[in-house]
Each structure stands twice: as structure tokens, then as C-alpha cells.
Design a binder for this molecule. Structure first.
Ligand SMILES: [Fe+2]
Ligand SMILES: [Fe+2]
Length: 241
């Protein structure tokens, strides 16, 4: 995709250029907040900002677990979805990660950041949404642990309790016990197969397995609850177990 940064964004970057000696993680958060511009009635913008904060927290935890300096990964995570600014205008949500990369690179260059680090951050940002290891195994195989870590941090935020509730909202209603059991079994098999997801680091893998275990626990309990329906029916029918 051709390099693109909107004029408005360039003006914002120029404003921040004057403050480049301040703490870069704090400054980057302010920059992202300014760019996403959450406003009343646009909860999607606030969601994007808050999601970026949570992803940055996962990035910080991964970096700490791996003994890395947290700054580059926290910055990459904060910036990973900033490209929504363009996608909101043109509807190209499937390209948001490319816009994010272009903006992040121009912003970090303006901040005088190490060009090698800028390059790594750019790749990590694009990788978070470019495809999946099944669609593009080579790309993921050749990526460094750092380059995979924004993708890991993003998924760690998206597959936690929030995703379970979003899924539940979609497929769990006033269903019969048999139907609800089927839904739970499908979700359970997904949670089981997702445990093989490759991760950039051992730290991300540890957190990922914890999240999947939470999902498994929830759906196993749901299946057990549905089974209790028939247990009671049998008990009432005189088959006192
Ligand atoms: Fe994204
Ligand atoms: Fe994201």
C-alpha cells in the first residue's frame, strides 16, 4: 500500500515535534488521544483509545516478562490502531494497520527516535492485522519476537472476558438446554484449538493460555449446567441417582 499520511495528521505531528524531549511514552499517549479525538456521541473513538491503553498494558507486561526495555513495545501498542483516524473517513478498516504504520513512522521520526527501532515498530504494527499464521505462515515464521508482540498484545485484549461476552451476546439467548449445550461445545472446541496459537514470546504464551483456560472453564461450566437440566428431570421421574 502506498505511503499516506493526511495533512491534518502532519500538522499534529509538527505540534508534537516541539515537545520531543518529554517522556516519549507519555507523549505518545497524548498524541494518540489527540489524534483519535474521543468526543461525546462517538463511543467507538473512546473504545479505540481505551483498547489501545489496554493493549499497551499487555505490551508492558510482555516486555517486562521478557526482560526488554518496555518503551518501544508500549509505544508500538499505543500507536497500533491510530490508523482508524483514516479508516473512519474512508471506510477502509481493512487498511487501518497500514495507516497506523505510516503515521507511527512519521511521528517517531519527528521525535528523533532510533531509525532501527522505528523500522521494527512499523513492522510490528502492520503484523497485528496483516493476516494470520494459517494464511501466511512464512511471514509469521520470519517475524522476530518483538514484531509479533503487538499482535499478541492486541489479541490478549480482544480475547479476554470482553470477547466472551460479545460472543455470548451473539449466540446465547433463551435457548433450549440442548441448543445451548451445542453452542457451548462449539465455543469450547475453539478455546481448546486456540491454545495452539503461536505467540511471539513465552510471556505472551503464558498469558494467552491463561485466557484460553478461562474460556474453557466458562464453557465447561455452561455444559455442566445444561446437563443438570436433564439430571433433575431424571430425578423427578424417580430415577433417584
Ligand atoms: Fe487493529
Ligand atoms: Fe487493536
Amino acid at each position: 500500500m502506498e505511503h499516506f499520511v493526511a495533512e491534518e495528521m502532519r500538522r499534529l505531528i509538527d505540534k508534537y515535534r516541539e515537545r520531543k524531549n518529554e517522556d516519549l511514552m507519555k507523549l505518545t499517549y497524548e498524541f494518540v488521544k489527540d489524534a483519535l479525538h474521543p468526543e461525546p456521541g462517538r463511543e467507538d473513538k473512546l473504545y479505540r483509545l481505551e483498547h489501545s491503553l489496554r493493549v499497551a498494558l499487555w505490551g508492558k507486561k510482555i516486555a517486562e516478562g521478557e526482560g526488554w526495555d518496555p518503551e518501544p513495545l508500549v509505544i508500538a501498542c499505543l500507536l497500533h490502531d491510530i490508523g482508524y483516524v483514516e479508516s473512519w473517513k474512508n471506510g477502509a478498516y481493512g487498511a487501518h494497520h497500514h495507516y497506523s504504520r505510516f503515521i507511527a513512522e512519521e511521528y517517531l521520526e519527528a521525535m528523533g527516535y532510533d531509525p532501527e527501532e522505528v523500522k521494527k515498530i512499523g513492522v510490528a504494527i502492520v503484523l497485528h492485522a496483516v493476516s494470520s499464521p494459517t494464511e501466511n505462515p512464512e511471514l509469521f515464521k520470519n517475524a522476530s519476537p518483538f514484531e509479533l508482540s503487538v499482535w499478541d498484545a492486541d489479541d490478549l485484549d480482544r480475547y479476554d472476558e470482553m470477547r466472551m461476552i460479545m460472543n455470548a451476546n451473539r449466540d446465547i439467548g433463551e435457548l433450549t438446554a440442548a441448543d445451548l449445550k451445542k453452542v457451548a461445545e462449539n465455543r469450547l472446541s475453539l478455546a481448546v484449538s486456540s491454545k495452539d496459537r503461536i505467540c511471539g514470546t513465552e510471556t505472551a504464551r503464558k498469558y494467552w493460555l491463561e485466557e484460553m483456560a478461562e474460556g474453557r472453564r466458562l464453557y465447561e461450566r455452561l455444559i455442566a449446567q445444561m446437563d443438570h437440566t436433564w439430571e433433575m428431570e431424571q430425578w423427578l421421574a424417580g430415577k433417584r441417582l
